[in-house]
Design a protein around this ligand. Sequence first.
Ligand code: PGA
Length: 264
Amino acid sequence: MRLFRKGISMRTALVVGNWKMNGESAANRVLVAELIESLAQQPLEGVVVGICPPSVYLSSIAEQLNGSSVALGAQTLNEHDSGAYTGEVSAAMLRDVGCSMVIVGHSERRSLYAETDEQVAAKTLAALRSGLMPLVCVGETLAQRESGEALVVVANQLRAALSAVDAEEFERLVVAYEPVWAIGTGKTASPEQAQEVHAHIRAVLSELAGVAGQRVQVLYGGSVNAANAAELFAMPDIDGGLIGGASLKANDFIAICRTAAVAG
Ligand code: PGA
């Protein structure tokens, strides 16, 4: 992890839990309470921690998080501000219930719900318009990696998502590199594989937004756990993680967050 001068403050690490479609009220309360208690007892230096529960639980978890340092995010949003979009949730609604961030373009949204690059771009803009921090996900499939296209695929996804974003807005967004073949599979990218892509992402971000692009936090996601987080977070261009399965167990998630603090 590389700390970068940003005005007077340094670029902090970020670790975000993506709960996906898991959890129910009673278990959520316990998980969130454990997280709050652990972070209150032993606060983390230089790491922001966030969780993205299913949208129906956001309001109650926002209440539980009130006064704690844990940030709340959603797993997706609709790109429109309001209207006849049955079943959808807008950026303003997410803000209204206490979210500060939202995952955009997760590979499960892209592959299972046919989310296109154009929608990812529109959702990114919608999040920024409402003051939510978008966590823009990019990543190649196994076939794309094996045919040597990983860097091109990721760069194209990034350009498609961010070309319409003003350079000064880049300070309000985060990028997550999540190789599709590593998500939920137990197969993690090696630190070197991840670093190669992260360095490329940083180059594309600089090309898109100059110095502001350099300051963007770039997270790694894909089977991160308490055992492999340290070597990933030690890489110079990895600024934290987007954590799926391991974010559902308080001890594992906290251990990963603490690893990010040490790596910083
Ligand atoms: P995983 O998921 O950690 O369970 O692989 C990561 C993600 O999909 O964000």
